[in-house]
Design a protein around this ligand. Structure first.
Ligand code: ASP
Length: 602
């Protein structure tokens, strides 16, 4: 056992309190700041993982920032009027200090108190200094609390942690593999796991029944705020279960993690179908913390004479107070939004201000909300018939002072563009507005058709179709297949995809049909996943599973927008590690051993 006190120290800096007054203590840490007090005396703030304590040091000439020191002194109440109530130790200080320098430090590469103003590459280059900051200390501890809470929750439910290999054959998660060349077999490669997917399914064939792993996954994808090459997930699989059993197990782990970090246990997440999420929020990861929902206007414009609104789908959103009052959008902001909508794929973004109906305040309003108190003005308002204007006002429940936005296009484009516009207009920072967990269910099995008209799977090809849609899967082809639902589901929080999973295919006939539709012939299937298909010939239980992204979960719980803030040693946005300089070249001799030659840049 090791407690706070060790052979080198009696106490931790941030834990000392007024109750300790009179005690002689020894603390160790880094010099956080120093301020001169008088010719001889200096205030030295000493920092360890628990916080800082002010030390009054005589003859502190040689103590500089980030020196590592050991201080022995007496705890006393700070003189009247000098207490610092922003500091947990602010009522006290260490007096009569004797100081031993344990190691000196060069001036730190960036001031720790101004870390957010420092270029991230510099912070990552000196990540060990960055890790000393309160923010990263807090985040990494929260991360550890998440890991341990999910482990406890899974174990309490009878799941066993099983480690699966890192050097494997390529497996399908839809991303690019990282590969490792084999020295024993030049020209052959291992893939690093995009997830333990097929191994956890093999565990089910192996009778493990309830598997989990805090697993490292590697995917060679473009990096974003919520994506790194390597990430951790709570990976789960269980036999003889339904989707709802999986929701119960995962819900428990996520609730435990949430409680461990925030002190509050969330309620059970509501279910929303993929179709509803797309129609109401324009996204399969709906951020339900705020409104601005997408409203269907297609029937209203079915026979419209307005060219810009002639399209298979028209939807709108209403921004309360967007046209008048303190939160009114400026004209240049509106122009920016129109440009953004075009970047997101729309031909344009129709907007209108909502004003009091004709006869009331404003002149020049085109159209009128019949009977209502609101009418549309500016933007495309003049192009709408009176019935269309009235219809928009009533469908969007628009009130004077609001701004409304319409997009007319193919349905997927309308959803996508208004979904992004909604986020742009209303999304609170990730750590604000509570934690809105949602299960998104009934995803389509295929996300579209490729150039050859072949369906593109939304998830890995072992995802069980919805039982009610099996006939359609059997008989359908081309576009009819796009309506086939899968038994795949996602967990979403505050607009972030936290994880996904599915009921798996355990029936050989269904699996054969899926491979056939995806154009994976029997030989290719055997070559790529033969080991799984073989295993399934020896008695496969029905099974289902899920994986929760632990970096994202931790980030949301501590209110960080970027998962790099909850990872001890992350890569930059471009995938580099400025600390170790990875990736880098390897010596030609090593290349030779691996049977590799580097081609000159194309
Ligand atoms: N293997 C999936 C993933 O990593 C999760 C699952 O289906 O269990 O996203």
């Amino acid at each position: 056992m090791i407690g706070a006190a060790t052979a080198m120290r009696t106490d931790l800096c941030g834990r000392l309190r007024l109750a300790d007054a009179g005690r002689t203590v020894t603390v160790c840490g880094w010099v956080d700041r120093r301020r001169e007090h008088s010719e001889h005396l200096a205030f030295v703030d000493l920092r360890d993982r628990t916080g800082v304590i002010q030390c009054v040091v005589d003859g502190a000439r040689d103590l500089r920032g980030e020196y590592v020191v050991r201080v022995t002194g007496t705890v006393r109440r700070r003189p009247e009027g000098t207490a610092n109530d922003r500091l947990a130790t602010g009522e006290i200080e260490l007096a009569d200090c004797s100081v031993e320098v344990l190691s000196a430090s060069e001036p730190p590469p960036f001031p720790l108190h101004e870390r957010t103003e420092v270029d991230e590459t510099i912070r990552l280059r000196y990540r060990y200094v960055d890790l000393r900051t309160e923010r990263l200390q807090r985040n990494l501890r929260a991360r550890a609390a998440v890991n341990s809470a999910v482990r406890r929750a899974m174990e309490a439910q009878g799941f066993v942690e099983i480690e699966t290999p890192m050097l494997i054959a390529s497996m399908p998660e839809g991303a690019r593999d990282f590969v490792v060349p084999s020295r024993k077999e030049p020209g052959a490669f291992y893939a690093l796991p995009q997830s333990p997917q097929l191994f956890k399914q093999l565990c089910m064939v192996g009778g493990i029944d309830r598997y989990y792993q805090v697993a490292r996954c590697l995917r060679d994808e473009d990096l974003r705020a919520d994506r790194q090459f390597e990430f951790m997930q709570l990976d789960v699989e269980a036999s003889f279960v339904t989707r709802d059993d999986v929701f119960g197990a995962i819900g428990e782990a996520v609730a435990a993690a949430t409680e461990a970090v925030t002190g509050r246990r969330p309620g059970e997440p509501p279910l929303m179908t993929w179709g509803e999420a797309m129609e109401r929020f324009g996204s399969d990861k709906p951020d339900t913390r705020f409104g601005l929902e997408l409203v269907e206007l297609t029937p209203l414009f079915e026979r419209t004479g307005t060219r810009v609104l002639q399209a298979p789908c028209v939807k709108g959103i209403r921004l309360p107070g967007g046209a008048a009052g303190p939160s009114a959008l400026t004209r240049s902001r509106v122009d920016e939004l129109v440009e953004a909508a075009k970047r997101w794929g729309a031909k344009g973004l129709a907007w209108m201000r909502v004003v009091p109906a004709a006869g009331e305040a404003t002149g020049g309003g085109a159209g009128g909300g019949s009977g209502g108190g609101a009418a549309l003005d500016a933007g495309v308002a003049k192009l709408l018939s009176p019935a269309e204007s009235a219809g928009v006002v009533s469908a969007l429940e628009a009130e004077p002072g609001d701004m409304v936005f319409l997009v007319a296009d193919e349905r997927p484009v309308v959803r996508q563009v208004l979904g992004l516009l909604r986020l742009e207009l209303g999304r609170p920072p990730v750590g604000e507005g509570g934690l809105n967990y949602v299960w998104v269910v009934d995803f389509p099995l295929f996300e579209g058709l490729d150039a050859d008209g072949r369906p593109v799977p939304s998830h890995h090809p072992f995802t069980m179709p919805h039982v009610d849609d099996l006939d359609r899967l059997e008989q359908g082809s081309g576009p009819d297949l796009l309506d086939v639902r899968s038994q795949a589901y996602d967990l979403v929080v505050n607009g972030w995809e936290l994880g996904s999973g599915s009921v798996r295919i355990h029936r050989a006939d269904v699996q054969r049909r899926i491979f056939e539709l995806l154009g994976i012939g029997p030989e290719q299937a055997q070559a790529r996943f033969g080991f799984l298909l073989d295993a399934f010939r020896f008695g496969v239980p029905p099974h289902a599973g899920f994986a929760v992204g632990l970096d994202r979960l931790t980030a949301v719980l501590v209110g960080e927008e970027n998962i790099r803030e909850v990872i001890a040693f992350p890569k930059t946005q471009s995938g580099a590690d400025p600390l170790t300089n990875a990736p880098g070249p390897i010596p030609p001799s090593h290349l030779g051993e691996l049977g590799l030659r580097v081609a000159p840049p194309a």
